[in-house]
Write a protein that binds this ligand. Sequence first.
Ligand SMILES: Cc1cc2nc3c(=O)[nH]c(=O)nc-3n(C[C@H](O)[C@H](O)[C@H](O)COP(=O)(O)OP(=O)(O)OC[C@H]3O[C@@H](n4cnc5c(N)ncnc54)[C@H](O)[C@@H]3O)c2cc1C
Length: 399
Amino acid sequence: MSLSIKKEYDVVVVGAGPGGSVAARFAAESGASVLFLERDRETGIPVRCAEGVSSPGLDQFIDIDERWIANEIYSARFITPDGNTLDMKSHVKGYILERRIFDTALCDLASQKGATMLTRANVTHAKRTPDGLVEVAYTHVGTPKTVKCKIIIGADGIESRVGRWFGIKTNLSLTDVSSAIQYTINNIEIDPHRLEFHFGTNIAPGGYLWIFPKSANTANIGIGITGNFASEKPAKAYLDEFISKRFENPSINYTVFAGIPVARTLSEIVTDNVMLVGDAARQVNPITGGGIKQAMIAGRLAGKLASEAVKTGNYSTKFLSKYPSEWDKVLGSKHSFIHAMKERVIYASDERLNKISRACAHIPPEKMTTLELFKQVVKGDPKLVLDMSKAFLADKFTT
Ligand SMILES: Cc1cc2nc3c(=O)[nH]c(=O)nc-3n(C[C@H](O)[C@H](O)[C@H](O)COP(=O)(O)OP(=O)(O)OC[C@H]3O[C@@H](n4cnc5c(N)ncnc54)[C@H](O)[C@@H]3O)c2cc1C
Protein backbone atom coordinates (compact mmCIF):
# COMPACT_ATOMS: atom_id res chain seq x y z
CA MET A 1 0.00 0.00 0.00
CA SER A 2 1.36 3.44 -0.84
CA LEU A 3 0.55 6.70 0.92
CA SER A 4 -1.81 8.95 -1.02
CA ILE A 5 0.54 11.93 -1.26
CA LYS A 6 -0.32 13.92 -4.39
CA LYS A 7 2.24 15.22 -6.88
CA GLU A 8 1.11 18.81 -6.37
CA TYR A 9 -0.40 20.92 -3.57
CA ASP A 10 -1.35 24.56 -3.37
CA VAL A 11 0.82 25.01 -0.29
CA VAL A 12 3.70 22.99 1.16
CA VAL A 13 4.71 23.85 4.73
CA VAL A 14 8.19 22.84 5.88
CA GLY A 15 8.27 22.10 9.64
CA ALA A 16 5.44 21.17 11.98
CA GLY A 17 6.23 23.26 15.08
CA PRO A 18 3.60 25.78 16.26
CA GLY A 19 4.33 28.11 13.31
CA GLY A 20 4.07 25.42 10.63
CA SER A 21 1.04 23.58 11.97
CA VAL A 22 -0.95 26.79 12.47
CA ALA A 23 0.00 28.00 8.96
CA ALA A 24 -1.08 24.62 7.54
CA ARG A 25 -4.34 24.75 9.43
CA PHE A 26 -5.36 28.26 8.34
CA ALA A 27 -4.31 27.70 4.73
CA ALA A 28 -6.39 24.48 4.63
CA GLU A 29 -9.34 26.03 6.44
CA SER A 30 -9.39 28.84 3.89
CA GLY A 31 -9.60 26.34 1.04
CA ALA A 32 -6.02 25.52 -0.08
CA SER A 33 -4.72 21.99 -0.50
CA VAL A 34 -1.86 21.67 1.99
CA LEU A 35 0.96 19.23 2.68
CA PHE A 36 3.08 19.79 5.78
CA LEU A 37 6.36 17.99 6.20
CA GLU A 38 8.19 17.30 9.45
CA ARG A 39 11.69 15.81 9.47
CA ASP A 40 11.45 14.24 12.94
CA ARG A 41 9.52 11.09 13.72
CA GLU A 42 6.98 13.24 15.57
CA THR A 43 6.60 16.93 16.16
CA GLY A 44 7.48 18.59 19.48
CA ILE A 45 10.36 16.20 20.22
CA PRO A 46 13.07 16.91 21.21
CA VAL A 47 11.55 19.63 23.39
CA ARG A 48 13.63 22.78 22.90
CA CYS A 49 11.56 25.06 25.09
CA ALA A 50 10.84 26.16 28.65
CA GLU A 51 7.17 25.65 27.68
CA GLY A 52 5.79 28.88 29.16
CA VAL A 53 2.89 30.65 27.48
CA SER A 54 0.06 32.96 28.56
CA SER A 55 -3.59 32.02 28.30
CA PRO A 56 -4.47 34.82 25.83
CA GLY A 57 -1.62 33.54 23.64
CA LEU A 58 -3.21 30.11 23.54
CA ASP A 59 -6.96 30.69 23.73
CA GLN A 60 -7.15 32.25 20.29
CA PHE A 61 -5.76 29.08 18.71
CA ILE A 62 -6.84 26.02 20.65
CA ASP A 63 -9.17 24.95 23.46
CA ILE A 64 -7.22 24.27 26.64
CA ASP A 65 -6.79 20.55 27.21
CA GLU A 66 -5.31 19.18 30.42
CA ARG A 67 -3.41 16.54 28.42
CA TRP A 68 -0.87 19.20 27.46
CA ILE A 69 -1.01 21.56 30.45
CA ALA A 70 1.68 20.67 32.98
CA ASN A 71 1.04 23.53 35.36
CA GLU A 72 -0.59 26.92 35.91
CA ILE A 73 1.34 30.10 36.72
CA TYR A 74 0.04 33.08 38.71
CA SER A 75 3.12 35.21 39.39
CA ALA A 76 6.71 35.98 38.47
CA ARG A 77 9.78 36.92 40.52
CA PHE A 78 12.64 38.94 39.06
CA ILE A 79 15.97 38.68 40.87
CA THR A 80 18.38 41.51 40.09
CA PRO A 81 22.22 41.30 40.23
CA ASP A 82 22.37 42.63 43.82
CA GLY A 83 19.97 39.87 44.94
CA ASN A 84 16.90 42.10 45.30
CA THR A 85 13.59 40.64 44.23
CA LEU A 86 10.68 42.17 42.37
CA ASP A 87 7.41 40.26 42.44
CA MET A 88 4.72 40.61 39.82
CA LYS A 89 1.31 39.04 40.11
CA SER A 90 0.22 37.86 36.70
CA HIS A 91 -2.93 39.57 35.43
CA VAL A 92 -3.59 36.70 33.06
CA LYS A 93 -3.20 33.00 33.67
CA GLY A 94 0.06 31.48 32.51
CA TYR A 95 0.69 27.88 31.58
CA ILE A 96 3.61 25.52 31.43
CA LEU A 97 2.92 23.23 28.52
CA GLU A 98 3.89 19.68 27.67
CA ARG A 99 5.20 20.66 24.23
CA ARG A 100 5.55 17.06 23.08
CA ILE A 101 1.75 16.69 23.37
CA PHE A 102 0.80 20.28 22.58
CA ASP A 103 2.62 20.40 19.23
CA THR A 104 0.88 17.21 18.14
CA ALA A 105 -2.51 18.63 19.17
CA LEU A 106 -1.88 21.64 16.90
CA CYS A 107 -0.97 19.30 14.03
CA ASP A 108 -4.16 17.30 14.62
CA LEU A 109 -6.19 20.49 14.28
CA ALA A 110 -4.47 21.22 10.95
CA SER A 111 -5.26 17.71 9.71
CA GLN A 112 -8.87 18.06 10.80
CA LYS A 113 -9.09 21.15 8.59
CA GLY A 114 -7.85 19.10 5.63
CA ALA A 115 -4.04 19.53 5.67
CA THR A 116 -2.00 16.37 5.10
CA MET A 117 0.93 15.79 7.44
CA LEU A 118 3.95 13.57 6.88
CA THR A 119 6.62 12.88 9.51
CA ARG A 120 10.16 11.58 8.91
CA ALA A 121 9.94 13.82 5.83
CA ASN A 122 13.14 15.83 5.65
CA VAL A 123 13.03 18.65 3.10
CA THR A 124 16.43 18.78 1.43
CA HIS A 125 15.93 21.48 -1.20
CA ALA A 126 13.38 23.64 -2.99
CA LYS A 127 13.53 25.70 -6.18
CA ARG A 128 11.29 27.62 -8.54
CA THR A 129 10.46 25.87 -11.82
CA PRO A 130 9.83 27.53 -15.22
CA ASP A 131 6.04 26.97 -14.87
CA GLY A 132 5.97 29.45 -11.97
CA LEU A 133 5.66 26.75 -9.30
CA VAL A 134 8.06 25.45 -6.66
CA GLU A 135 9.56 21.97 -6.61
CA VAL A 136 10.23 20.66 -3.10
CA ALA A 137 12.68 17.78 -2.69
CA TYR A 138 12.44 15.69 0.47
CA THR A 139 13.28 12.26 1.76
CA HIS A 140 10.52 10.25 3.35
CA VAL A 141 11.94 7.60 5.67
CA GLY A 142 15.10 7.85 3.57
CA THR A 143 13.45 7.58 0.14
CA PRO A 144 13.92 10.66 -2.12
CA LYS A 145 10.66 12.30 -3.27
CA THR A 146 9.54 15.55 -4.89
CA VAL A 147 6.31 17.49 -4.69
CA LYS A 148 5.24 20.69 -6.44
CA CYS A 149 3.39 23.64 -4.95
CA LYS A 150 2.35 27.22 -5.63
CA ILE A 151 3.58 28.50 -2.28
CA ILE A 152 6.15 27.11 0.11
CA ILE A 153 5.98 28.20 3.76
CA GLY A 154 9.29 27.82 5.59
CA ALA A 155 8.49 27.14 9.26
CA ASP A 156 11.68 25.18 9.78
CA GLY A 157 12.87 26.81 12.99
CA ILE A 158 16.09 28.60 13.91
CA GLU A 159 18.23 26.51 11.54
CA SER A 160 15.89 27.37 8.66
CA ARG A 161 17.19 26.74 5.17
CA VAL A 162 14.06 27.49 3.14
CA GLY A 163 14.73 31.24 3.06
CA ARG A 164 18.34 30.73 1.97
CA TRP A 165 17.32 28.47 -0.92
CA PHE A 166 15.40 31.47 -2.30
CA GLY A 167 18.06 34.09 -1.65
CA ILE A 168 16.71 35.52 1.62
CA LYS A 169 19.44 36.55 4.06
CA THR A 170 18.77 34.73 7.33
CA ASN A 171 22.11 35.02 9.11
CA LEU A 172 22.17 36.19 12.73
CA SER A 173 24.84 38.26 14.46
CA LEU A 174 26.40 36.88 17.66
CA THR A 175 24.44 39.38 19.77
CA ASP A 176 21.19 38.26 18.16
CA VAL A 177 21.42 34.57 18.93
CA SER A 178 20.98 33.33 22.45
CA SER A 179 22.91 30.24 23.31
CA ALA A 180 20.62 28.26 25.58
CA ILE A 181 20.84 25.20 27.74
CA GLN A 182 18.04 23.85 29.82
CA TYR A 183 17.59 20.96 32.24
CA THR A 184 14.30 19.54 33.39
CA ILE A 185 15.12 18.95 37.03
CA ASN A 186 13.41 16.79 39.58
CA ASN A 187 13.79 16.42 43.35
CA ILE A 188 13.81 20.15 44.12
CA GLU A 189 11.52 22.37 46.16
CA ILE A 190 10.09 25.44 44.46
CA ASP A 191 6.96 27.56 44.42
CA PRO A 192 4.93 25.60 41.85
CA HIS A 193 3.02 28.59 40.49
CA ARG A 194 5.73 31.25 40.24
CA LEU A 195 8.23 31.83 37.45
CA GLU A 196 11.70 33.05 38.37
CA PHE A 197 13.99 35.21 36.23
CA HIS A 198 17.57 35.85 37.39
CA PHE A 199 19.69 38.64 35.91
CA GLY A 200 23.28 39.82 36.20
CA THR A 201 26.68 39.56 34.56
CA ASN A 202 27.74 36.82 36.99
CA ILE A 203 24.53 34.86 36.51
CA ALA A 204 23.62 35.24 32.84
CA PRO A 205 25.48 37.97 30.92
CA GLY A 206 23.46 39.36 28.00
CA GLY A 207 20.47 37.24 28.93
CA TYR A 208 18.76 35.64 31.90
CA LEU A 209 18.33 32.42 33.79
CA TRP A 210 14.85 31.02 34.29
CA ILE A 211 12.97 28.59 36.53
CA PHE A 212 9.67 27.48 35.01
CA PRO A 213 7.98 25.07 37.45
CA LYS A 214 6.21 22.02 36.10
CA SER A 215 5.19 21.03 39.66
CA ALA A 216 6.38 21.74 43.24
CA ASN A 217 9.32 19.38 42.65
CA THR A 218 10.08 19.64 38.93
CA ALA A 219 11.05 22.57 36.73
CA ASN A 220 12.55 23.58 33.43
CA ILE A 221 15.64 25.46 34.56
CA GLY A 222 17.64 27.06 31.83
CA ILE A 223 19.78 29.93 30.71
CA GLY A 224 20.16 31.89 27.50
CA ILE A 225 23.17 34.15 26.95
CA THR A 226 24.04 35.90 23.73
CA GLY A 227 26.77 34.47 21.51
CA ASN A 228 29.27 37.27 22.27
CA PHE A 229 29.30 36.23 25.96
CA ALA A 230 29.00 32.48 25.35
CA SER A 231 32.43 32.40 23.72
CA GLU A 232 34.04 33.63 27.00
CA LYS A 233 32.30 31.19 29.34
CA PRO A 234 29.72 28.68 28.13
CA ALA A 235 26.08 28.95 29.21
CA LYS A 236 26.30 25.49 30.79
CA ALA A 237 28.98 26.66 33.26
CA TYR A 238 26.73 29.51 34.49
CA LEU A 239 23.73 27.20 34.79
CA ASP A 240 25.62 24.45 36.64
CA GLU A 241 27.03 26.98 39.12
CA PHE A 242 23.56 28.35 39.82
CA ILE A 243 21.96 24.95 40.27
CA SER A 244 24.64 23.59 42.56
CA LYS A 245 24.36 26.67 44.82
CA ARG A 246 20.57 26.66 44.93
CA PHE A 247 19.53 22.99 45.13
CA GLU A 248 20.81 20.21 47.35
CA ASN A 249 20.26 17.04 45.38
CA PRO A 250 18.88 17.90 41.96
CA SER A 251 18.17 15.13 39.52
CA ILE A 252 18.33 15.95 35.82
CA ASN A 253 15.90 14.04 33.64
CA TYR A 254 16.14 16.04 30.40
CA THR A 255 18.88 18.21 28.88
CA VAL A 256 18.62 20.37 25.82
CA PHE A 257 21.03 22.71 24.05
CA ALA A 258 19.53 25.11 21.51
CA GLY A 259 19.77 28.53 19.94
CA ILE A 260 17.10 31.23 20.25
CA PRO A 261 16.97 34.01 17.61
CA VAL A 262 16.64 37.12 19.81
CA ALA A 263 16.70 39.41 16.78
CA ARG A 264 14.39 41.73 14.92
CA THR A 265 12.15 40.02 12.39
CA LEU A 266 14.05 39.52 9.12
CA SER A 267 13.64 42.49 6.80
CA GLU A 268 12.52 40.05 4.08
CA ILE A 269 10.09 37.29 5.08
CA VAL A 270 8.44 36.81 1.69
CA THR A 271 9.63 36.54 -1.87
CA ASP A 272 7.93 35.11 -4.98
CA ASN A 273 6.20 31.82 -3.97
CA VAL A 274 7.84 31.87 -0.53
CA MET A 275 6.84 32.86 3.02
CA LEU A 276 8.78 32.39 6.28
CA VAL A 277 7.14 31.90 9.66
CA GLY A 278 8.18 31.70 13.33
CA ASP A 279 11.82 31.18 14.32
CA ALA A 280 12.67 30.84 10.62
CA ALA A 281 11.55 34.47 10.17
CA ARG A 282 13.12 35.52 13.52
CA GLN A 283 9.74 36.41 15.00
CA VAL A 284 10.70 35.67 18.60
CA ASN A 285 10.38 38.35 21.31
CA PRO A 286 13.98 39.68 21.38
CA ILE A 287 14.12 40.08 25.16
CA THR A 288 12.12 37.17 26.56
CA GLY A 289 12.99 34.69 23.79
CA GLY A 290 9.32 33.62 23.78
CA GLY A 291 8.25 32.41 20.37
CA ILE A 292 5.31 29.99 20.67
CA LYS A 293 2.50 32.55 20.53
CA GLN A 294 4.50 34.64 18.05
CA ALA A 295 4.94 31.67 15.67
CA MET A 296 1.23 30.85 15.86
CA ILE A 297 0.19 34.45 15.16
CA ALA A 298 2.53 34.59 12.17
CA GLY A 299 1.38 31.14 11.01
CA ARG A 300 -2.24 32.27 10.98
CA LEU A 301 -1.42 35.42 8.97
CA ALA A 302 0.75 33.52 6.48
CA GLY A 303 -1.63 30.55 6.10
CA LYS A 304 -4.67 32.72 5.40
CA LEU A 305 -2.80 34.88 2.90
CA ALA A 306 -1.30 31.86 1.13
CA SER A 307 -4.79 30.55 0.52
CA GLU A 308 -5.94 33.96 -0.75
CA ALA A 309 -2.93 34.05 -3.11
CA VAL A 310 -3.87 30.62 -4.46
CA LYS A 311 -7.45 31.78 -5.09
CA THR A 312 -6.28 34.85 -7.00
CA GLY A 313 -3.44 33.01 -8.77
CA ASN A 314 -0.96 35.64 -7.59
CA TYR A 315 2.10 34.36 -5.69
CA SER A 316 4.25 37.40 -6.28
CA THR A 317 6.35 39.16 -3.63
CA LYS A 318 4.05 42.15 -3.99
CA PHE A 319 0.91 40.18 -3.17
CA LEU A 320 2.55 38.21 -0.37
CA SER A 321 3.88 41.45 1.19
CA LYS A 322 0.53 41.89 2.91
CA TYR A 323 1.86 39.32 5.38
CA PRO A 324 4.89 41.32 6.63
CA SER A 325 2.70 44.45 6.75
CA GLU A 326 0.16 42.69 8.94
CA TRP A 327 2.92 41.14 11.07
CA ASP A 328 4.44 44.57 11.66
CA LYS A 329 1.10 45.91 12.83
CA VAL A 330 0.46 43.01 15.19
CA LEU A 331 3.93 42.37 16.66
CA GLY A 332 6.80 43.16 14.29
CA SER A 333 7.16 46.87 15.13
CA LYS A 334 6.88 46.10 18.84
CA HIS A 335 9.69 43.57 18.44
CA SER A 336 11.87 46.22 16.75
CA PHE A 337 11.41 48.48 19.76
CA ILE A 338 12.10 45.65 22.21
CA HIS A 339 15.20 44.75 20.23
CA ALA A 340 16.44 48.32 20.49
CA MET A 341 16.00 48.19 24.26
CA LYS A 342 17.65 44.81 24.66
CA GLU A 343 21.36 45.44 24.62
CA ARG A 344 21.65 49.11 25.33
CA VAL A 345 19.09 49.34 28.09
CA ILE A 346 18.05 46.05 29.66
CA TYR A 347 21.35 44.22 29.56
CA ALA A 348 23.47 47.36 29.68
CA SER A 349 24.79 47.03 33.24
CA ASP A 350 24.14 45.40 36.57
CA GLU A 351 23.89 48.84 38.15
CA ARG A 352 21.03 49.83 35.86
CA LEU A 353 19.09 46.67 36.72
CA ASN A 354 19.72 47.21 40.43
CA LYS A 355 18.47 50.78 40.08
CA ILE A 356 15.30 49.57 38.37
CA SER A 357 14.55 47.14 41.19
CA ARG A 358 15.17 49.85 43.83
CA ALA A 359 12.84 52.24 41.99
CA CYS A 360 10.09 49.61 42.00
CA ALA A 361 10.60 48.26 45.52
CA HIS A 362 7.53 50.05 46.91
CA ILE A 363 5.06 48.64 44.34
CA PRO A 364 2.97 45.74 45.66
CA PRO A 365 3.00 42.62 43.41
CA GLU A 366 -0.69 42.96 42.48
CA LYS A 367 -0.10 46.53 41.22
CA MET A 368 3.08 45.65 39.33
CA THR A 369 2.50 45.63 35.58
CA THR A 370 4.96 46.10 32.75
CA LEU A 371 3.55 49.61 32.24
CA GLU A 372 3.99 50.46 35.95
CA LEU A 373 7.51 49.04 35.83
CA PHE A 374 8.28 51.19 32.82
CA LYS A 375 6.89 54.34 34.51
CA GLN A 376 8.99 53.80 37.63
CA VAL A 377 12.07 53.05 35.61
CA VAL A 378 11.73 56.28 33.70
CA LYS A 379 11.04 58.25 36.90
CA GLY A 380 14.04 56.77 38.70
CA ASP A 381 16.44 57.01 35.79
CA PRO A 382 15.79 59.98 33.44
CA LYS A 383 18.93 59.17 31.44
CA LEU A 384 17.19 55.98 30.42
CA VAL A 385 14.73 57.88 28.25
CA LEU A 386 17.63 59.36 26.33
CA ASP A 387 19.33 55.97 26.01
CA MET A 388 16.10 54.40 24.84
CA SER A 389 15.54 57.06 22.22
CA LYS A 390 19.12 56.67 21.00
CA ALA A 391 18.84 52.88 20.96
CA PHE A 392 15.58 53.00 19.06
CA LEU A 393 16.87 55.43 16.48
CA ALA A 394 20.08 53.46 16.03
CA ASP A 395 18.09 50.27 15.57
CA LYS A 396 15.71 51.85 13.07
CA PHE A 397 18.59 53.03 10.94
CA THR A 398 20.63 49.84 11.09
CA THR A 399 19.91 47.24 8.46
C1 LIG B 1 15.70 26.65 25.57
C2 LIG B 1 14.51 27.33 24.95
C3 LIG B 1 13.46 27.75 25.77
C4 LIG B 1 12.35 28.38 25.21
N1 LIG B 1 11.30 28.70 26.02
C5 LIG B 1 10.20 29.28 25.51
C6 LIG B 1 9.07 29.56 26.33
O1 LIG B 1 9.06 29.27 27.52
N2 LIG B 1 8.00 30.15 25.75
C7 LIG B 1 7.96 30.47 24.43
O2 LIG B 1 6.95 31.03 23.97
N3 LIG B 1 9.00 30.18 23.63
C8 LIG B 1 10.11 29.58 24.12
N4 LIG B 1 11.15 29.26 23.29
C9 LIG B 1 11.05 29.56 21.85
C10 LIG B 1 10.10 28.57 21.16
O3 LIG B 1 10.46 27.25 21.49
C11 LIG B 1 10.17 28.77 19.64
O4 LIG B 1 10.13 30.15 19.36
C12 LIG B 1 9.01 28.07 18.93
O5 LIG B 1 9.09 26.68 19.07
C13 LIG B 1 9.04 28.46 17.44
O6 LIG B 1 8.14 27.68 16.71
P1 LIG B 1 8.42 27.37 15.18
O7 LIG B 1 7.26 26.61 14.68
O8 LIG B 1 8.83 28.59 14.48
O9 LIG B 1 9.74 26.47 15.17
P2 LIG B 1 10.04 25.09 15.86
O10 LIG B 1 9.17 24.84 17.03
O11 LIG B 1 11.51 25.06 16.05
O12 LIG B 1 9.64 24.02 14.74
C14 LIG B 1 10.39 23.87 13.57
C15 LIG B 1 10.11 22.47 13.03
O13 LIG B 1 10.67 22.35 11.72
C16 LIG B 1 11.22 21.06 11.58
N5 LIG B 1 12.20 21.11 10.50
C17 LIG B 1 13.36 21.81 10.47
N6 LIG B 1 13.99 21.64 9.30
C18 LIG B 1 13.21 20.80 8.56
C19 LIG B 1 13.34 20.25 7.25
N7 LIG B 1 14.38 20.51 6.49
N8 LIG B 1 12.35 19.43 6.81
C20 LIG B 1 11.26 19.17 7.60
N9 LIG B 1 11.10 19.67 8.84
C21 LIG B 1 12.06 20.48 9.32
C22 LIG B 1 11.84 20.79 12.97
O14 LIG B 1 12.04 19.41 13.18
C23 LIG B 1 10.76 21.38 13.88
O15 LIG B 1 9.78 20.44 14.25
C24 LIG B 1 12.28 28.62 23.81
C25 LIG B 1 13.33 28.20 23.00
C26 LIG B 1 14.42 27.56 23.55
C27 LIG B 1 15.53 27.07 22.65
